[in-house]
Ligand binder design. Structure first.
Ligand SMILES: Nc1ncnc2c1ncn2[C@@H]1O[C@H](COP(=O)(O)OP(=O)(O)OP(=O)(O)O)[C@@H](O)[C@H]1O
Length: 261
């Protein structure tokens, strides 16, 4: 199986700051990855490179078989579904939820065509059903709650049937009920063999959906642990990555963490 993500010694510098330091990472199509690390560790930067939105300063990054720097990123990006706060900020407040999702079929924000294919409309409807937002289809984005917006954003990211799905802190700002609903939907996607490869950035081990298979811990721009989730999610690895003594417990397929000193 070809790797969806292949990073070889990827480094990123901005001025004198080294944001990423020789990151090696391989992700396959059937894997669901979690990136964890404390504030400023480099998670968003890593995700930006995986999304073809930023180039490494050194090293090589291949995404969906294409090497950044040698591929037209405007052809690569439509193959990648992205959900991030930055992208959400670009969605017009007056756009109806259904159109926020539908416009992803044409890689735009803001509705510009009056006609969509039946197949696109059916897919948007399926996604709204999956994320239980079909009742919000005619509501404008600006009036939706944070949890409702998150579900619209992920539906949008999946609309163009991407080969890689990147989710940057999808649970941020959600209340407990909304978070659990979102995690249940992400679990359903993670367990579906037809789903694309998924990379999810989070700060909280409690927010790792069931069905995720691999983890990458990042500390000060370098990978501190990587591999199968069960092997990565140890108290020792998490304590090292977050720089404090943590105890990780597991309840079924969910994790929790607390500091021991
Ligand atoms: N253009 C830039 N110039 C200088 N420093 C930058 C630039 N972009 C990012 N950084 C720094 O690089 C580091 C990594 O940033 P990044 O956003 O990738 O971290 P993160 O792990 O996603 O953090 P958070 O959890 O707080 O969102 C941070 O210290 C950030 O301030």
């Amino acid at each position: 199986m070809t790797s969806v993500i292949e990073f070889d010694n990827v480094s990123v510098n901005r001025g004198s700051k080294q944001i990423l330091d020789s990151v090696n990472w391989r992700a396959q199509a059937d894997e669901r990855w979690v990136l964890l690390g404390r504030n400023g560790a480099g998670k968003t930067t890593l995700l930006q490179i995986a999304g073809g939105l930023m180039f490494p300063s050194r090293g090589t990054a291949r995404i969906l078989g294409e090497q950044l720097g040698r591929v037209d990123v405007f052809e690569l990006r439509p193959r990648i579904g992205l959900c991030s706060a930055a992208l959400s900020a670009r969605i017009p407040d007056y756009e109806k939820a259904r159109d926020v999702i539908l416009t992803a079929a044409y890689a735009v924000t803001g509705r510009w065509r009056e006609e969509y294919d039946e197949v696109d409309i059916a897919r948007a409807q399926d996604l709204m059903n999956l994320f239980e937002i079909d009742h919000l289809a005619d509501r404008v984005y600006g009036t939706l709650s944070e949890g409702e917006r998150k579900r619209v954003q992920i539906s949008r990211a999946l609309m163009a049937d991407p080969e890689l799905l990147l989710l940057d802190e999808p649970s941020a700002g959600l209340d407990l009920g909304a978070r659990e609903e979102l995690l249940a939907a992400l679990t359903e996607i993670a367990r579906d063999p037809k789903s694309p490869a998924i990379v999810l950035v989070t700060h909280h081990v409690e927010e790792i959906p069931e069905g995720f298979t691999h983890g990458l811990l990042i500390k000060d721009g370098h990978v501190s642990a990587t591999g199968r989730l069960d092997d990565v999610m140890t108290s020792e690895n998490l304590s090292e990555a977050f720089g404090l003594q943590l105890e990780i417990s597991r309840h079924g397929q969910r994790f929790s963490a607390h500091a021991t000193q």
